[in-house]
Design a protein around this ligand. Structure first.
Ligand code: KIV
Ligand code: ZN
Length: 514
């Protein structure tokens, strides 16, 4: 059976979408997840875009061992130099060079004649090839390009050393029939096409990204570019979990395999949602909460008699395990760490200690701790979510709120910073607003916008943990904070403080010229 390579661009195209920017720790956490998921290629970023992007592509290149790591580059010397500098430490580096090929893009964006585009594409692929044997060439806006022109640019790219040819549906405009035809046409008309792997990269503007990618596979594409949860510009990219499970479930139609460990899909999806501070829509294919729920009596009856009546794939196949009640206040450290291991976490001793402390705190407030609670605790205490707070950060000492449906809410709060304590009282539209106003009085933050404030419950029941995400923007950057508690005001305060501390760390580093 032919293999289809899975090229994940969550860290590049996904991260480009509004509200989804990530810091270095978050990106490394996602890269580790992708490695466990066994994607073939991780597009770690667009190295030339900023020093931060360069740093993250470089760090991921040096961290990941089992996947190809790519950096995007426009077809210019400067971009390719930056991309190579960033990926050269990878076990298997790739430079991904792109230039637009549609009449619209060539005339209005590039202001180049078609012949100039052909020449630049050839020259720049050859330039990248001097550094790296693994070169991907993308013809941006391929689906609105002339097919013969696309075939010419493809043969030039291959002649100059491109090993993968990607034909993106940049604006999510194409249809499955067209996509299949496009791949078949270019493979048939570009000389040397048998030397390269053809790839599809679809956007979801018309909701057809998954279908279009799969149609590309039927046309002979053997790489799909996609993102976890379909994150990406505008309506997003092809969702990794959808194309992988479609090929897996419908082998009779696609007759291809992938290297993906499908049991890591759910965990990867959750990690990405946690990091961007969102939750999966309930009805999201493959990973939504309702994807395997059977409410209608007639369905339940069928499923009880034989699961296959209404279930085409199992929750276990994507790594969803029954949300059992697992641990409680009497569970010891050993049982706790063993259970985390069983859930697939490999934590350091320090991380386990920190998680165990929080677990004990939560046990005082909540009788039964479920796997979902444990996952939330781990997410809050490992890698990306440990606030990058140096000793100058603020933390919560105590707070008290007063609220009713006939008075204005007030909050009195005490924050700690090193050995000092700071107190303030403020009013607000509800206790959370009052608490944030009191924090602002102490911290006096610089101007920022509030992008996301979300409160989600981790499990069922009245005593569920509240998982709060706060995202603020300032200096054209996003700062995320998360808090976890059975008390949503406490969770909100901790999330807000984390985001504020991150902003303060950024400002002090910028002042020091780092
Ligand atoms: O959508 C697109 O065309 C892209 C390319 C840069 C590959 O993201
Ligand atoms: Zn794209």
């Amino acid at each position: 059976m032919d293999q289809v390579k899975i090229f994940d661009t969550t860290l590049r195209d996904g991260e480009q979408s509004p509200g989804c920017s990530m810091n270095l720790k978050e990106k490394i956490e996602i890269a580790r997840c992708l490695e466990k998921l066994k994607v073939d290629v991780i597009e770690a970023g667009f190295a030339i875009v900023s020093p931060g992007d360069f740093e993250s592509v470089k760090t991921i290149s040096e961290t990941v061992k089992d996947c190809t790591v790519a950096s995007l580059a426009r077809a210019t010397v400067k971009d390719i130099d930056a991309a190579w500098e960033a990926v050269k430490g990878a076990a298997d580096p790739r430079i991904h060079v792109f230039i637009a090929t549609s009449p619209l893009h060539m005339e209005y964006k590039l202001r180049m004649k078609p012949e100039e585009v052909l020449e630049q594409a050839g020259k720049m692929v050859a330039y990248a090839k001097k550094f790296c044997s693994n070169i991907e060439f993308s013809a941006e806006d391929a689906t609105r390009s002339d097919l013969d022109f696309l075939s010419r640019v493809t043969e030039i790219a291959i002649a100059n050393g491109a090993t993968t040819i990607n034909l993106p549906d940049t604006v999510g405009y194409t249809t499955p029939d067209e996509m299949r035809h496009l791949i078949e046409y270019v493979r048939a008309h570009a000389a040397g096409s048998e030397k390269a792997i053809f790839s599809v990269h679809c956007h979801n503007d018309l909701g057809m990204a998954t279908s279009n990618s799969l149609a590309g596979v039927l046309g002979g594409a053997r790489q799909i570019e996609c993102t976890i949860n379909g994150l990406g510009e505008r309506a997003g990219n092809t969702a990794l979990e959808e194309v992988v499970m479609a090929m897996h479930t419908r082998q009779d139609t696609y007759n291809v395999g992938t290297r993906i460990d499908t049991t890591q899909i759910y965990r990867s999806s959750k990690t990405v949602y946690n990091i961007i501070g969102q939750q999966a829509p309930l009805n999201k294919a493959i990973i939504g909460k309702n994807a395997f729920a059977h409410e209608a009596g007639i369905h339940q009856h069928g499923v009880l008699a034989n699961k296959k009546t209404y279930e085409i794939l199992t929750p276990e196949a994507v790594g969803i395990v029954a949300n059992s009640l697992v641990l409680g206040k009497h569970s010891g450290r050993h049982a706790f760490s063993q259970h985390l291991e069983e859930l697939g976490y490999a934590l350091t001793k320090e991380e386990i200690d920190r998680c165990f402390e929080e677990f004990k705190d939560i046990c005082d407030k909540k009788k039964n701790i479920t796997d979902a609670d444990l996952e939330a605790i781990v997410t809050h205490h490992t890698g990306n979510l440990i606030p990058e707070v140096d000793e100058n950060g603020y933390s919560l000492d105590w707070f008290q709120t007063s609220t009713s449906n006939f008075t204005t809410a007030t909050c009195t709060i005490s924050l700690k910073k090193k050995d000092e304590k700071f107190q303030a009282v403020a009013l607000g539209d509800g206790p959370i607003d009052a608490a944030f106003n009191a924090i602002d009085q102490i911290i006096k933050p610089s101007e920022h916008t509030f992008d996301i404030f979300s409160i989600n419950s981790i499990s069922e029941g009245k005593d569920t943990l509240g998982d709060v995400t706060v995202k603020i923007s300032s200096h054209n950057k996003t700062f995320t904070g998360r808090g976890l508690s059975t008390d949503i005001i406490e969770a909100s305060v901790n999330a807000y403080l984390t985001a504020m501390n991150r902003l303060a760390v950024f400002e002090s580093k910028s002042k020091d010229g780092e």
